[in-house]
Write a protein that binds this ligand. Sequence first.
Ligand code: HEM
Length: 92
Amino acid sequence: MADASAVTFSKDQGQIVKESSQILKPNMAETSIKFLLNIFEIAPAAIGMFSFLRDSSVPLEKNAKLKAHALIIFKRANPLSSLASSLPGIRG
Ligand code: HEM
């Protein structure tokens, strides 16, 4: 596994991460569910992995549990969040 502390960025790359993080932050809820819906488009079988989607008649994009999980992904695991928080002047 790569050592995250060994990752370095050029000035331009750092700037791109900062800008991306700032763009994503206010739209986190919307972007995170779109991210999961994209996965489902590419791999529809993934929908069946979620117990609460199997028998649900609520549209995917309106499912509160799915939206909550999508936010978890972005808040806790979005590489931008963790990278951004390791850059000077950025909070993930
Ligand atoms: C790396 C980012 C991710 C994190 C941190 C994460 C975290 C979690 C957590 C904490 C749970 C426990 C239940 C909950 O709170 O919803 C969970 C459940 C689950 N996650 Fe993730 N998850 C991630 C990515 C994904 C992705 C990309 C998928 C598939 C597209 C996925 C599929 C599932 C499924 C199927 C469950 C079980 C849901 C259920 O049936 O109750 N997760 N995940």
